[in-house]
Ligand binder design. Structure first.
Ligand SMILES: O=c1[nH]cnc2c1ncn2[C@H]1C[C@H](O)[C@@H](CO)O1
Ligand SMILES: [Zn+2]
Length: 371
C-alpha cells in the first residue's frame, strides 16, 4: 500500500470529523420522542403515531412525496408542539446537543417565529426562548466533551406577508444570537421579489440573508434571489445545474447565471437527501453536487430537515462518500467552504477554519500512519 491509495473515510471518522452546517430547520429536526412528549403536554391529539420509532418512520415516508408542497405539510405536526417557551427551549437545546454529538462544530439553525405564536407568545419571546435553548444545548454539549456554536437564522414564510417584520426582528437580535434571515415555504408561485422590501431593509442595515431558491423552481428563482434581492447565499440553489451543459466529450459550458454564481463564489446550501424527497434529484449518485464540486462552485453539504429525511451531517457525508468516493480532503473542502460562507464575523470564521477545522482533519488524515 502506498500513500496514494484511496482510503475512504470510515463511518467513525466521518462522525468525528469537524462539520459545519448552514441549512438546518429547527422545526425539521425534533427527536420523535420529544414530539410525542410535547404533544401529550400540549393536549395535541393529531399525531399520526404514538410510538417514537413509528413516528420517525411516518415523517420520513410522508416527506418522501416527490413534491415540496406535500413535504411541507409534515411541519404542521412539529410546529403544533412548538408553541410555548418551554417547548421551544427544549427543542432548541436538544438540537444543539444532537448536532454537537454528530461532530458539528458550527451550525446556523433556522425557523419561522411567525409559526410559533398560536399560544400567545410574542415574536420576541419566541426568539428569546430559542436563543436560550441553543445556549443550554451548547453548555450540555460542552459537559459531554463536545464543542459547538449555534447561531439562529430567522425565516419568513414566503406565502405570508410578514417578511419585513421578521427581517426587523432579525436585525434587532443581531448582537444576541441571530446571525441572519431567510425565506422558506412553497417556492412555485411565491418568487423572492415578493419580499423585496425585507431584503432591501437588511441590505441598508448591512445584515446578512440567504434565500431558499432553486429547489422546487428553477433558474428564474435563483436569478431573482441574487440579482433582485441580493442574497448572500442560496438555500439549495441546486437547480443552477439547469444552466450548466456537459457535452459528450466531457467539456462543460456555464450559462451566464451559473458563471456568475461560480465567479462570485455564491455559497450553495446543498441538501442531498432532502432533494431526493422533493424530487429535485433522482439519486445521490446523480445529484448535481458531484459536478458542482468538480467545477469548484462554493458547494456546502447540509441536512435541511433531519427528522423528515432521517439524516444527520454524518449520514449526508456517508452517502456522498459512497456515491462519489470522496476523501477526508473532500470533506474538509466542503467544510471550509461552509465556514467561509457563515454569517458570523470574518475573524471568527478564520479562527474556526485554522484552529478547529484544519487541525481536526489533519488529525484524522494522519491516523493511517499509526495503524
Ligand atoms: O426545503 C425546504 N424548502 C422550503 N421550505 C422549507 C424547507 N424545509 C423546511 N421548510 C419550511 C417549513 C418550515 O416550517 C419552515 C421554517 O423552518 O421552513
Ligand atoms: Zn430548507
Amino acid at each position: 500500500m502506498t500513500s496514494q491509495t484511496y482510503r475512504p473515510p470510515t463511518a467513525d471518522q466521518i462522525g468525528r470529523a469537524p462539520k459545519v452546517l448552514l441549512h438546518d430547520h429547527l422545526d425539521g429536526g425534533l427527536r420523535p420522542g420529544t414530539i410525542i412528549e410535547l404533544a401529550r403536554e400540549a393536549g395535541y391529539e393529531a399525531l399520526p403515531e404514538q410510538e417514537s420509532d413509528k413516528l420517525g418512520l411516518w415523517f420520513r415516508e410522508a416527506a418522501d412525496s416527490g413534491s415540496l408542497e406535500r413535504y411541507l405539510e409534515t411541519f404542521a405536526h412539529t410546529c403544533a408542539v412548538m408553541q410555548t417557551r418551554d417547548a421551544l427551549f427544549r427543542v432548541a437545546a436538544e438540537c444543539a446537543e444532537d448536532l454537537a454529538a454528530d461532530g458539528v462544530v458550527y451550525a446556523e439553525v433556522r425557523y419561522a417565529p411567525e409559526q410559533h405564536l398560536e399560544s400567545g407568545l410574542t415574536l420576541q419571546e419566541v426568539v428569546e426562548a430559542v436563543n436560550e435553548g441553543f445556549r443550554e444545548g451548547e453548555r450540555r454539549a460542552r459537559a459531554d466533551g463536545n464543542r459547538i456554536r449555534v447561531g439562529a437564522l430567522l425565516t419568513a414564510m414566503r406565502h405570508a406577508a410578514r417578511a419585513l417584520e421578521i427581517a426587523e426582528l432579525a436585525n434587532s437580535y443581531r448582537d444576541s444570537g441571530v446571525v441572519g434571515f431567510d425565506i422558506a415555504g412553497a417556492e412555485a408561485g411565491f418568487p423572492p421579489t415578493r419580499h423585496l422590501d425585507a431584503f432591501e431593509y437588511l441590505k441598508r442595515e448591512n445584515n446578512h440573508f440567504t434565500i431558499h431558491a432553486g429547489e422546487a423552481f428553477g433558474l428564474p428563482s435563483i436569478w431573482q434571489a441574487l440579482q433582485w434581492c441580493g442574497a448572500d447565499r442560496l438555500g439549495h440553489g441546486v437547480r443552477i445545474i439547469d444552466d450548466i451543459e456537459v457535452a459528450e466529450d466531457g467539456s462543460v459550458e456555464l450559462g451566464r447565471l451559473a458563471a456568475y454564481v461560480r465567479d462570485k463564489r455564491v455559497p450553495l446550501e446543498l441538501c442531498p437527501s432532502s432533494n431526493l424527497q422533493t424530487g429535485a434529484a433522482a439519486s445521490i449518485a446523480e445529484h448535481p453536487i458531484g459536478l458542482l464540486r468538480k467545477l469548484h462552485f462554493r458547494a456546502t453539504v447540509n441536512t435541511d430537515n433531519r427528522l423528515m429525511s432521517g439524516t444527520s451531517m454524518s449520514r449526508e457525508f456517508e452517502l456522498l462518500v459512497d456515491a462519489f468516493a470522496y476523501t477526508l480532503d473532500d470533506m474538509q473542502w466542503f467544510t471550509v467552504n461552509a465556514m467561509k460562507s457563515a454569517f458570523i464575523p470574518f475573524d471568527e470564521r478564520l479562527a474556526m477554519i485554522n484552529d478547529v477545522i484544519k487541525p481536526g482533519y489533519a488529525e484524522l488524515k494522519s491516523e493511517w500512519l499509526f495503524k
